[in-house]
Each structure stands twice: as structure tokens, then as C-alpha cells.
Write a protein that binds this ligand. Structure first.
Ligand code: PMP
Length: 281
């Protein structure tokens, strides 16, 4: 199993990370997860663009061009012979004696690994159950930061109740999932939180909004409330690993008739078609 360490491919057991790596001590870094279908990176450019944007927002300079970075990701997938799976890549501000302010002369530390993973076809067919959890995260959720404690605690709360995802809300307003974006459909119109500082603008979210355009589904990037969520005809979530995942219940309340909705299924189908079109499945 090869991993990437800066621009070197090494074996995982040979990786050394300093105790004073700022990712370790402060969560001072960013990450991306890129899907691999049939050995190809899916929407790699979009993920890489977002990685560079996150880096800029926290003022880390990535020492490679996007093309070089892309090739490093691709070579890692090839070296590990990943057919279906993911690449996880993170970058921290580097290591230096522990002070909060940015240290001088501190080269960033990049690591990446791969994992084989099949598509969650069973869950996508049956739909999943969820619960509301208060969104107590900071106000820069648009940054794909390594600081995930708010997300971790929310997911754990759902997991302990046997649920697939936590739906986060700030007061009455639904924002996103602990590791996904959220959508409701009412009278044929798709609603999702606008891409502000309160959510991560998912790459899958962007693909879905594009598919809605192609399929003639009206989209309103407008926040909705918890009670509006419960009254939606259909509900689903999206992420790099969950694709278009139907949500059939929130806090034990059935959404619609408690089965994946028709437009949700249409979007799942369109998403699959897109995988085929781009030579990915
Ligand atoms: N929001 C949050 C908080 C996430 O962690 C993720 C997945 N990492 C998403 C949304 C979905 O983003 P994407 O479609 O790019 O995986």
C-alpha cells in the first residue's frame, strides 16, 4: 500500500509525522476526498480546484501546480491498483514549535492514501434514516478544514442511534449533513441551502444542480427550516461517497410515503448515466 508524502511515494509504515505537525496539534490544514470509479478519478479537477481554494482561504501555498498535483493523485491510484474507491489527501501548515501564529519557514506537509470502496447500492435503493442535530460548528464551513470535531460529534450521535446521517441545523435553519449536503423536494421544486459560509459547497452538489438543469427540475438555492424539511415530498443527501442518497425518515418521521421519491430516483439514474458518459463506470 503506497502513500504519498509531499512528492514522494512511500510505504505507509515508513511515514513519519512530527508531534509538532500543526495538523496534529491545531487541525491546521485542509483535505479532499476524490472518488475513483473503474480506476478513473471522478470530477478530479473540481476537487483539486476546491483544495487550492481551501488552501488559499487559510493562507497555505501549495508548492505544486494543479497539473503536478493531479498527476500525483492519479499515480497513487495507479500504484495501488484502485478500481473503485477513494483518494484521501490532506495538507497541514507543516511542523514547527507550538505557537498559534503561523511559523516562518514552515513547508506544508501533504499526505495522501487510497482505499477501495464499492458504491453503496443497497442504501441507495432502500434509502436511509437520519436525525436533526444542532449545528455548532464555526462560521467558515465553506473551508474543507481538518477541524471536524463538530461534524464528528454530530455523526456519532446519529451513529449511536443506528442512523446514517445527522442533519445539521442552526436554530430552525437546515444547513447540511455532518459529511454531506441536504436537499428537499416539494411540488417538483428542489430546495437546498445556498453555497454560503455555512456549508461546504459539495462537488456532488454541483453535479446534482447541473443534472437538475439537464432534467428540467427547478432548483431554489434557498435555506429551509426543520419543519419545512419534515413536510417535503422527498428528501436526499449527497456526497462523494454517498452520491444521491435518499432519506426516508428524519427523527422517526417518514418523509413522503417513507420510500425513495420519484425525482430522487430520477437524479440517481442521471448521476449513473453521467458516470458512464465520462467513461467512469
Ligand atoms: N458537507 C460536508 C460537511 C462534508 O464533509 C461533505 C463531504 N466531505 C460534503 C458536504 C459533500 O461534499 P462532496 O460532495 O464534495 O463530497
Amino acid at each position: 500500500e503506497w502513500i504519498l508524502h509531499n512528492d514522494q511515494f512511500i510505504q505507509e509504515e515508513d511515514l513519519k509525522i512530527s508531534m509538532e505537525d500543526r495538523g496534529y496539534q491545531f487541525g491546521d490544514g485542509i483535505y479532499e476526498v476524490i472518488r475513483v470509479y473503474e480506476g478513473n478519478l471522478f470530477t478530479a479537477e473540481e476537487h483539486i480546484d476546491r483544495f487550492y481554494e481551501s488552501a488559499e482561504k487559510i493562507k497555505i501555498v501549495i508548492p505544486y501546480t494543479k497539473d503536478v498535483f493531479h498527476k500525483l493523485m492519479y499515480d497513487l491510484v495507479e500504484k495501488n491498483e484502485i478500481d473503485n474507491g477513494i483518494v484521501y489527501v490532506q495538507m497541514t501548515r507543516g511542523c514547527a514549535p507550538r505557537v498559534h501564529q503561523f511559523p516562518a519557514d514552515c513547508p506544508p506537509v501533504i499526505v495522501a492514501n487510497t482505499k477501495s470502496m464499492e458504491r453503496p447500492v443497497e442504501a441507495m435503493r432502500s434509502g436511509v434514516q437520519t436525525k436533526f442535530v444542532e449545528d455548532v460548528r464555526w462560521l467558515r464551513c465553506d473551508i474543507k478544514s481538518l477541524n471536524l470535531l463538530g461534524n464528528v460529534l454530530a455523526k456519532q450521535e446519529a451513529y449511536e442511534e443506528g442512523l446514517f446521517e445527522a442533519i445539521l441545523h442552526r436554530g430552525e435553519t437546515v444547513t447540511e449533513g455532518s459529511s454531506s449536503n441536504m436537499y428537499g423536494i416539494k411540488n417538483g421544486v428542489l430546495y437546498t441551502h445556498p453555497a454560503t459560509n455555512l456549508i461546504l459547497n459539495g462537488i456532488t452538489r454541483r453535479v446534482i444542480l447541473e443534472l437538475c438543469k439537464e432534467q428540467g427540475i427547478e432548483v431554489q438555492e434557498t435555506a429551509f427550516t426543520k419543519s419545512e424539511a419534515l413536510e417535503m415530498d422527498e428528501f436526499f443527501m449527497s456526497s462523494t461517497t454517498s452520491e444521491v442518497m435518499p432519506i426516508i425518515a428524519i427523527d422517526g418521521h417518514k418523509i413522503g410515503s417513507g420510500v425513495p421519491g420519484e425525482l430522487t430516483k430520477k437524479l440517481q439514474k442521471a448521476f449513473e448515466e453521467k458516470l458512464k458518459l465520462t467513461g467512469n463506470v
